[in-house]
Design a protein around this ligand. Structure first.
Ligand SMILES: Nc1ncnc2c1ncn2[C@@H]1O[C@H](COP(=O)(O)OP(=O)(O)OP(=O)(O)O)[C@@H](O)[C@H]1O
Length: 310
């Protein structure tokens, strides 16, 4: 089932939290939904699921609004932040109650408990659960209807490294089964290890709808590190470069040309090269470059620490 947001907009008073967002999430892929804190990810996900009404625009799953599906839990399962679970209930009873109201058999409850590694604690009360166990229970609930579409808001929150790895494997298997997987995060490096595509937002606006590789390539942070005894000559030959900086007397950092382009040009003009290395920015850097202007709360150094005030 394809998820589509078309011109999706949400305003609270005069604040536009989601601003004319249009994107598509395809089946069989994991799409990472990225943005700094407060970018509007949760609000967008809530609108996809019909929990918030858009001020303008439309959100559809499989061509129709989520709430109009006859059996929504089998169409889309979701983990949203701060999901209320009755603390006195056991994990098993929580899931059974959910299954019961949706005509889902007990065998499916047992299956999702097993899938999320909660079988051994299924009869424990939820109030004794760690953050990670609560998160696993939320994921079990999201998967209970065997949904074609899975929407998870910050699923790795509170998980230890083993849990993070488990989530990654789970998401990959869900996508491999042909499901549509949309997963939000504010952690680029974590998302890049799992996602096929990235939808990046900042202050509610679409900043990129791309693949990980393309994001790094187009972020402007990729360059080629060139070492040559003849930097002056090479500089004059690299007319196609968008930017050339001299790092040391024999080192150039070249943007806008590939290592292959530079190698060919140098060979054609018999300029000796001692090093020719493509260097890409870290994903974290690419993400920060992209979202920098949209971060709500920029860190500033308090005057006290700079010695400006006693
Ligand atoms: N009910 C509401 N009334 C007013 N403002 C709201 C409401 N819900 C969210 N906001 C504001 O909308 C903005 C986006 O919030 P949202 O939770 O969607 O962002 P997010 O990208 O999910 O952030 P985070 O990563 O911190 O969870 C924030 O500035 C938030 O304060």
């Amino acid at each position: 089932m394809t998820i589509r947001a078309h011109g999706l907009t949400k305003r609270y008073g005069d604040k536009t939290v989601v601003d004319d967002l249009t994107f598509t999430v395809e089946p069989g892929t994991i799409t990472g939904f990225l943005g700094p804190n407060g970018a509007g990810k949760s609000t967008t996900m809530r609108m996809l699921l019909g929990l918030d009404t858009p001020t303008a625009g439309r959100a559809t799953i499989g061509g129709r609004a989520y709430v109009t599906h006859p059996a929504p839990l089998t169409e889309a399962g979701a983990l949203l932040e701060a999901k209320a679970v009755h603390p006195g209930r056991t994990a098993f009873h929580h899931l059974m109650a959910l299954a019961h109201t949706h005509g889902i058999p007990r065998s499916r409850v047992e299956h999702v408990l097993d899938l999320t590694g909660l079988t051994d604690v299924a009869t424990k009360r939820v109030k004794g659960f760690s953050l990670g166990m609560g998160q696993r229970l939320g994921i079990a609930a999201a998967l209970i209807g065997d949904p074609a579409t899975v929407i998870l808001d910050e699923p790795v929150n509170g998980l230890d490294p083993e849990g993070v790895l488990w989530i990654r494997t789970l998401l990959k298997s869900l996508a491999a089964q042909g499901r549509t997987v949309l997963v939000s995060s504010h952690l680029m490096s974590e998302t890049a290890q799992t996602a096929d595509r990235l939808v990046v937002i900042g202050r509610g606006r679409l900043l990129a709808d791309t693949t990980v590789a393309d994001l790094v390539r187009t972020s402007g942070a990729a360059y080629v590190h060139v070492v040559t005894p003849d930097t002056d000559r090479l500089r004059t030959l690299l007319t196609g470069a968008t930017d050339i900086t001299a790092e040391t007397p024999d080192t150039l950092h070249v943007r806008g040309l590939t290592a292959q382009d530079i190698g060919h040009i140098a060979a054609a003009h018999a300029v000796p090269l001692h090093e020719l290395t493509p260097r890409t920015a870290s994903l974290e850097q690419a993400f920060m470059d992209l979202t920098h202007d949209t971060v709500e709360y920029q860190a500033t150094t308090p005057a006290r620490l700079t010695g400006a005030a006693a």
